[in-house]
Design a protein around this ligand. Structure first.
Ligand SMILES: N[C@@H](CCC(=O)N[C@@H](CS)C(=O)NCC(=O)O)C(=O)O
Length: 231
């Protein structure tokens, strides 16, 4: 232990700071290479289009309007091993997973934007919703949807897993205006897709979640959201 402390002190004295920049901390933005967003209409790639519009960063958008197979063929050209939407190229690197794409773009090219301050109470909640959107909510909604496709329920379950997930989101929005906490954040961008999906496919009863409906209307009214829809 003593040796470790001594080594750390020597590194610090030599002015050799090897510690990585903490996420969520505003530092200078890195120079941005060309970003291309490969999109499938009505799919999760809308998150990245919306993100780029919110940040006002330049990007190329690749998709074939009204032609999902054609759009997927474009994705396969750059990402044959994992053809999913979103696929995003940053320079010559191919990225997948909307949460990872969003965090990479913000932390490198728009540090501190759409992210609560690292030392705020909102920061962990923002991260929870960033990850909850795919890790818990989307996965459970899709699991319920698949079971229901095989064996449609005669009546809606009082509290299937995904309803509990949506209720959790509803309760949070009863106490906070955004999934980012006090301010709109990238967590709100992550949460729109699974909540729309759950309600549009009638996996949950959309009339039971007034806080989510009010928040959704607020999201859809954002100019950047509307620009993304237009594109
Ligand atoms: N967890 C991934 C999920 C990506 C994903 O499954 N995307 C869907 C569209 S929403 C997809 O490309 N599915 C293949 C298909 O539709 O054929 C993410 O958040 O990016």
């Amino acid at each position: 232990m003593k040796r470790l402390l001594l080594a750390a002190a020597m590194i610090a004295m030599a002015g050799c700071t090897t510690a990585p920049t903490p996420a969520g901390t505003a530092t200078a933005a890195m120079e941005m290479p060309k970003i291309t967003v490969y999109h499938l209409e009505g799919r999760r790639s809308e998150r990245i289009v919306w993100l780029m519009e919110e940040l006002g960063l330049p990007y190329e958008l690749v998709f074939k309007r009204g032609d999902l197979a054609g759009s997927m063929a474009e994705i396969r050209k750059v990402n044959p091993g994992m053809p999913v939407a979103p696929t995003v190229t940053v320079g010559d690197q191919v990225l997948t997973e909307s949460g990872a794409i969003i965090e990479t773009i913000i932390n490198r090219y728009a540090p501190g934007k759409l992210t609560p301050a690292l030392d705020s109470a909102d920061y962990p909640n923002h991260l929870i919703w960033m990850h909850h959107a795919e890790g818990s909510l989307a996965s459970r909604l899709i699991a319920d949807y698949r079971v229901w496709m095989i064996n449609p329920p005669k009546e809606r379950s009082r509290m299937v897993d995904s309803e509990a997930e949506v209720q959790f989101a509803e309760d949070y929005l009863g106490k906070h205006p955004y999934f980012g906490g006090a301010e709109f954040s990238a967590a709100d961008i992550m949460m729109v897709f699974p909540l729309n999906f759950g309600m549009a496919l009638n996996i949950v009863d959309k009339t039971r979640f007034p806080n989510i409906n009010a928040w959704k209307a607020k999201m859809e009214a954002r100019p950047a959201y509307q620009r993304a829809v237009e594109r």
